[in-house]
Design a protein around this ligand. Structure first.
Ligand code: GDP
Ligand code: IMO
Ligand code: MG
Length: 427
């Protein structure tokens, strides 16, 4: 029996979906514990591509139980579209469950998200516009609507009436825009509740029962360490905790039940949205990585900013998440680069910095300190053993693992499930 948490060790889009799908082969249960449909997890299995936003990346295996924990914020409209899309492609969703404690994203959350971004002007965060921040805001301010309310007409009516009243005052008084009609929203969400009631089950009970029965469980993180509301590049972050500790809170399991934590990191690094990014490449190499790595957002289609692997960030992610292992993805994308740089530290006003700074003002002025290594050529997508990689690729991996202070368990050499190299078995 083993419980493994898979988290993003950078700014999201590290390939968590692929790694989760790969590891799910040996697990009986996959649990999403935070975030919402701001996530876009691409899984390629048997040559078919699936883009998942809310549904755990274990769904492609019909027998695995896939759970959405209380820490997630769920947009019912998106969820229904996603299950219908999967069903249309022959993927069964009969083993999918949602916690009654999961908060629901309402249409006014999406509108507040858009209004807030507009008001921020040049200081905008570059959110995905999915209503994530406003839904978590309501959760914390105790005005949210949970799945338990959505499937209970009376509770929905009571909570929605109060929320619409409050939000409409906000729209007219602060944003100067139109609000929402209670009846219209109620009738729509009542139907969503009826459709989703069969999915609601106590995720904490299911997960803890599975742990007691000695099953292998995978907790699938969304976003990444640097997008964490506490530990990320605040305020250019998301509104949840993507770090490993949140798996306990967002699924309802105790910290003593977590056995291993795996940080997924690209062999380089990317970021979508605004905010400082020390190793960002604004040149032809950045374009090369973006084009070759298809670095365009799964959720919004925005081009991802690309840069060199940053070991200051990797060490930070290792510390905050207590990483046991790294899963390095997209090594194949770096093939063909003549010289590869690794950021080993930052220089700030002539001073050397080795720990990730807390303030954006400092981070924005940090200049990366690089060491260089020679690149490699040739197709590596067929490699399944470490020894089959070109020597320069092996040296690069050994060096980033050493500088990150974390051993590598998995290496991705292509988007397909089978394009994965296993250095350490996790189950
Ligand atoms: P996630 O949000 O962390 O799940 O990552 P995304 O799915 O948003 O972005 C990762 C992208 O890289 C997806 O299109 C994956 O199919 C793809 N990918 C994952 N691992 C590899 C790999 O090792 N090589 C290549 N070429 N693509 C990969
Ligand atoms: P996955 O799970 C990359 C970014 C947005 C924005 C910031 C806040 O696919 O790795 P939000 O809509 O969450 O309020 O936006 O966070 N962001 C992501 N970037 N991958 C993600 O998810 C992201 N989810 C949110 O671009 O900068
Ligand atoms: Mg993604």
């Amino acid at each position: 029996m083993s419980t493994v948490v898979v988290i993003g060790a950078q700014w999201g889009d590290e390939g968590k979906g692929k790694v989760t799908d790969f590891l799910a082969g040996d697990a009986q249960m996959v649990v999403r514990y935070q975030g919402g449909n701001n996530a876009g997890h691409t899984v390629v299995a048997d040559g078919k591509e699936f883009k998942l936003h809310l549904i755990p990346s274990g769904i492609l295996y019909p027998e695995k139980l896939c759970l959405i924990g209380n820490g997630v914020v769920l947009d019912p409209e998106v969820f229904i579209r996603e299950i219908d899309g999967l069903a249309g492609r022959g993927i069964s969703v009969k083993n999918l469950r949602i916690s009654p404690r999961t908060h629901v994203i309402m249409p006014y959350h999406r509108k507040v998200d858009a209004c807030d971004e507009e008001r921020r002007g040049a200081g905008k965060i570059g959110t995905t516009g999915r209503g994530i921040g406003p839904a978590y805001t309501d959760k914390v301010s105790r005005t949210g609507i949970r799945m338990a309310d959505l499937v209970d007409p009376e509770s929905l009516a009571e909570r929605l009436r109060a929320s619409i009243r409050e939000k409409n005052e906000l729209f007219s008084g602060v944003y100067g825009t139109g609000g929402f009609d209670y009846d219209e929203v109620y009738n729509t969400y009542l139907k969503f509740g009826q459709r989703l009631s069969g999915f609601v089950a106590d995720v904490s009970v299911l997960t803890n029962d599975a742990i007691r029965e000695g099953r292998n469980i995978l907790f699938e993180g969304a976003q990444g360490t640097l997008l964490d509301i506490d530990h990320g590049t605040y305020p250019y972050v998301t509104s949840s905790n993507p770090v490993a500790a949140a798996a306990c809170l967002g699924a309802g399991v105790g910290p003593t039940k977590i056995n291993k934590v795996v940080g997924v990191a690209k062999a380089y690094i990317t970021r979508v949205g605004e905010g400082p990014f020390p190793t960002e490449l604004m040149d032809g190499t950045g374009d090369y990585l973006r084009e070759k790595g298809c670095e365009f957002g799964t959720t919004t289609g925005r081009p991802r900013r690309c840069g060199w692997y940053d070991t200051v960030i990797a060490r930070y992610a290792a510390r905050i998440n207590g990483l046991d292992y790294l899963a390095i993805t997209k090594l194949d994308v770096m093939t063909g680069l003549e010289v590869i740089k690794i950021c080993t530290g930052y220089s700030y006003k002539g001073e050397s910095i080795t720990e990730f700074p807390a303030t954006l003002r400092v981070l924005a002025e940090c200049k990366p300190v690089y060491e260089e290594m020679p690149g490699w050529t040739g197709d590596i997508t067929g490699a399944r053993n470490f020894d089959e990689l070109p020597v320069n690729a092996r040296n690069y991996l050994n060096r980033i693992s050493h500088l990150s202070g974390v051993p590598i368990a998995l290496i991705g050499v292509g988007p397909g499930r089978e394009e994965t190299m296993v250095l350490e078995k996790l189950y």
